[in-house]
Design a protein around this ligand. Structure first.
Ligand code: NDP
Length: 255
C-alpha cells in the first residue's frame, strides 16, 4: 500500500462527539477530507447543521445526530440512528468535553459531577455502546480526546476535576485497548496542549505568561493543526498502535 493511501478513510463511518465547534469541528473536517462519512454528534443541532453544510460545501459528507453523551439512552439512540441512516460505525472520536476553572476547596458538587459526566461517563457510554457493535463486527477504531492536563497540573487556572477526568480518559484508553485488541478494535488517545477554542481562550492576557511564554514553541495551536494527528490515529496509518496516548502540545509538557 502506498504510504498516503494508509491515511485514506473512504466511505468509513466516523462519529465525532462534540463535532460542531472547536477541536471536534476540525476533526470532522479532517476526517471528511480523507473520505470518511462523518457524523456530528452533539447537543446543538443548529451548530452541527452549520458545520455539516461547510463540510458539504467542501465536497465532504456529514450527517447530524443530536445527542447528549451524558444520557445513556440517547447514546443508544444515536448508535441505532447512525447505523440505520449511514451504516455501522467504523471510527468513534470521543471528543465532547467540558471544563471549569475553580480552586478545589470551592468546587460545587454539581460542577464536579458535570465534568465527570461529560468527560468520563459520557465517553464511557459512547465507547461501550459503539464498542459492542465494533466487537461484534470485529473491526473498529476509537480515538479518545484526552489532554496534557491528564499529565500535568495547569497554571494559572485551577481545574482539579478536569485534570482528574483527563487522567481517567488516558487510563480507560489503555484498559479498553488491552481488552479489545483480540477483537480487532484499536483504542488510542490524543492529548492536546493549548488549542485556540472556546474552552481555551489563549489570547486572554492573564493566560499569556503561563500558557504561551512557558511553552517551548511560544504559541498555542490552531484546531486544524490537530486534524492530521487524528486522521493518523483513526486510519490504517497507525494499524499497529493501540493503548497509546499521543501528546501534541508544542512541547508544553517538556518543562
Ligand atoms: P469546546 O468547548 O469548544 O467544544 C466542546 C464540544 O463538546 C462542543 O461541540 C459541545 O457541543 C460538545 N459537548 C459538550 N457537552 C456535551 C454533551 N453533554 N453531549 C454532547 N456533546 C457535548 O471544546 P474544545 O474544542 O476546546 O475541546 C474538545 C475536546 O478537546 C475536549 O474533550 C477537551 O477537553 C479537549 N481538549 C481541549 C484543549 C484546548 O486547549 N482547547 C486542550 C486539550 C484537550 P454541544 O454544546 O452542541 O453539545
Amino acid at each position: 500500500m502506498a504510504v498516503l493511501d494508509a491515511f485514506r478513510l473512504d466511505d468509513k463511518v466516523a462519529v465525532v462527539t462534540g463535532g460542531n465547534q472547536g477541536l471536534g469541528e476540525a476533526f470532522a473536517h479532517a476526517l471528511a477530507g480523507v473520505g470518511a462519512q462523518v457524523v456530528l454528534a452533539a447537543r446543538s443541532r443548529e451548530r452541527s447543521e452549520s458545520v455539516a453544510a461547510d463540510i458539504g460545501a467542501e465536497g465532504g459528507a456529514a450527517t447530524v445526530v443530536e445527542v447528549d453523551v451524558t444520557q445513556p439512552d440517547q447514546v443508544e439512540q444515536m448508535l441505532s440512528e447512525v447505523t440505520q441512516r449511514v451504516g455501522p460505525v467504523d471510527i468513534l472520536v470521543n471528543n465532547a468535553g467540558t471544563c471549569y476553572h475553580r480552586p478545589a476547596a470551592e468546587v460545587p458538587l454539581e460542577e464536579w459531577h458535570d465534568v465527570f459526566n461529560v468527560n468520563v461517563h459520557g465517553l464511557w457510554y459512547c465507547a461501550q455502546t459503539v464498542g459492542r457493535q465494533m466487537i461484534e463486527r470485529k473491526t473498529g477504531v476509537i480515538v479518545n480526546i484526552g489532554s496534557m492536563s491528564g499529565f500535568i497540573v495547569n497554571r494559572p487556572q485551577i481545574q482539579p476535576a478536569y485534570n482528574a477526568s483527563k487522567a481517567a480518559v488516558h487510563h480507560l484508553t489503555r484498559s479498553l485497548a488491552a481488552e479489545w485488541a483480540p477483537y480487532n478494535v484499536r483504542v488510542n488517545a490524543l492529548a492536546p496542549g493549548y488549542v485556540r477554542t472556546s474552552m481555551a481562550p489563549v489570547d486572554r492576557p492573564e493566560f499569556r505568561r503561563n500558557w504561551i511564554e512557558d511553552a517551548p514553541m511560544q504559541r498555542a495551536a490552531l484546531p486544524e493543526e490537530l486534524g492530521p494527528s487524528l486522521v493518523y490515529l483513526a486510519s490504517d496509518a497507525s494499524s499497529f498502535m493501540t493503548g497509546t496516548v499521543l501528546v501534541i502540545d508544542g512541547g508544553y509538557t517538556l518543562w
